[in-house]
Every structure is written in C-alpha cells, then in structure tokens.
Design a protein around this ligand. Structure first.
Ligand code: SAM
Length: 226
C-alpha cells in the first residue's frame, strides 16, 4: 500500500509545448540565453545589471515584440522579459541581439518562481499584456491574474510601482476587476471597476492586431499596491 502523502499538484498558467522552433531561435537559446539569463535566487538587481536603475518586468513577454521596443526606447532603465515558451524566448533573444540591447534580461521560467526569487521592492513597473484567457470555466484556475500573483507583485514592486495590464477577453477583464476589488491593498488607478486609457508605449503585438481585426474591444488596467 502506498503510504506517501498525496503530492500537491501545481496549477500552471501555461502548457509546456515546444511548438515549431527555427534554427536561428534554437541557436539563440544555446548561445545567447546564458549571457542574458536573469539568475535564480535572490540577487540584488544591481549585482546583475551592474547599475542602480529602474527595473521593469514583462510577464509572458511572448516573442519580445513589446519588451524589446520598450528596452530600446529607455536605455537608462533595465528590463526582464519572463516567458516560458522556448521559440518565443529564441525570437526575443534574436530581437535583442539585432537591436544591440544591453539592458534586457530574460527569465525562461514560470513568473511565480521568478517573483519568489526577487528581493522586495525590486521592480518599478510590471507589464502583463494579453495573458492567456483560459476561457472555459474549468480552466479559469489557470489564469495568471489572481490573488497569488497580486500578493507576489505587492511584495516585489517598489514604492509608486504600477502594474500595466491589457486583455482582449471581456470575461477575463471582468475577472480582473473582481480580483482587484478583492485583493487587499490594491487599487485601480482609473477608479474602481474602470479601464485605463491604452498605454502609449505598449507595442501592438499580434494579439492586439487580431483583436482589432475581429473588432474585439481591448481592456487596459493600471493598478498599484497602496
Ligand atoms: C497570449 S500570449 C501573449 C504574449 C505577449 N504578451 C503579447 O502580447 O504578444 C501569453 C504568453 O504568456 C506566457 N505565459 C503564460 N504563463 C506564464 C507564466 N506563468 N510565466 C511566464 N510566462 C507565461 C505564455 O507562454 C505566452 O507566450
């Protein structure tokens, strides 16, 4: 008889799938990831970046379309692009190399693990754009935007730090508003229950292009811990 206690099954916001990977992306993962990888553990950001500068994080950065553009436009700041999907990370690394970015790091791991390893108040901004909507009722527990993430962000955001969010899924937008209202210590900068204007510096990624093509509204939020 098995007397081991049942193992706790972690519910992830992503499914591990390699998908199609190009040779260039594979090479970038092998050659460039080690140089750009944000280390695990709790390093002080300045020990990694070599300077005291604002540090921002994009959660689920996809192929880096947004993060690379923002890093290029803001050379005096540092950025971490967190993404689990190998081909996406490969693409992101190729973009960073082409643009010659020296202020962009990559964390190819679950953002919950990344945040757990960051010191308190390390981040000045966090971006979460078009997170997977997990639309079916039984899948909603996989949604990234929930109490656990907000708790980790409240700890890792610096004073006056904000989280910028966008989604094209109306049901997820309603869910986000409910999560914000229920999260102790968080407030919605636009006002309870309201959307923020589109963040100008957000790059238009394929997810936004598709939403525009289909005529779906896009919901932006800016939230901060009190
Ligand atoms: C719908 S895509 C959006 C990508 C990008 N933000 C954009 O707008 O183009 C969501 C991304 O989040 C990533 N993701 C999901 N859960 C994650 C997690 N726990 N940690 C890091 N990345 C995650 C997925 O691999 C996927 O690439």
């Amino acid at each position: 008889m098995n007397t081991e206690p049942p193992k706790h099954r972690v519910v992830r916001s992503f499914v591990r799938r390699e998908g199609r990977i190009t040779q260039g992306q594979r090479r970038a993962l092998q050659a460039q990831l080690p140089q750009r990888e944000w280390p695990t553990g709790t390093p002080r950001p300045a020990d990694v970046t070599g300077r005291w500068a604002p540090l921002s994080l994009e959660i689920g950065a996809g192929d880096g379309e947004n993060m690379a553009g923002v890093a290029l436009a803001r050379p005096t700041e540092d950025f971490i692009a967190c993404e689990v999907h190998g081909p996406g990370v490969g693409h992101l690394l190729l973009r960073a190399q082409t643009l010659g970015l020296t202020n962009l790091w990559v964390a190819q791991r679950d953002v919950n693990e990344l945040l757990a390893g960051l010191p308190s108040a390390a981040l000045s901004s966090v971006y979460l754009f078009f997170p997977d909507p997990w639309p079916k009722k039984r899948q909603q527990k996989r949604r990234l935007f929930q109490a656990e993430l907000l708790q980790a962000l409240a700890r890792t955001l610096a004073r006056h730090g904000c989280v910028f969010v966008a989604t094209d899924c109306a049901d997820y937008a309603r869910w986000m508003l409910a999560q914000i209202a229920a999260a102790p210590g968080w407030y919605n900068l636009a006002g309870a229950g309201l959307c923020a204007p589109r963040l100008q510096r957000r790059a238009v990624t394929k997810f936004e292009r598709k939403a525009v093509r289909e005529g779906w509204p896009i919901f932006d939020f800016v939230i901060a811990p009190r």
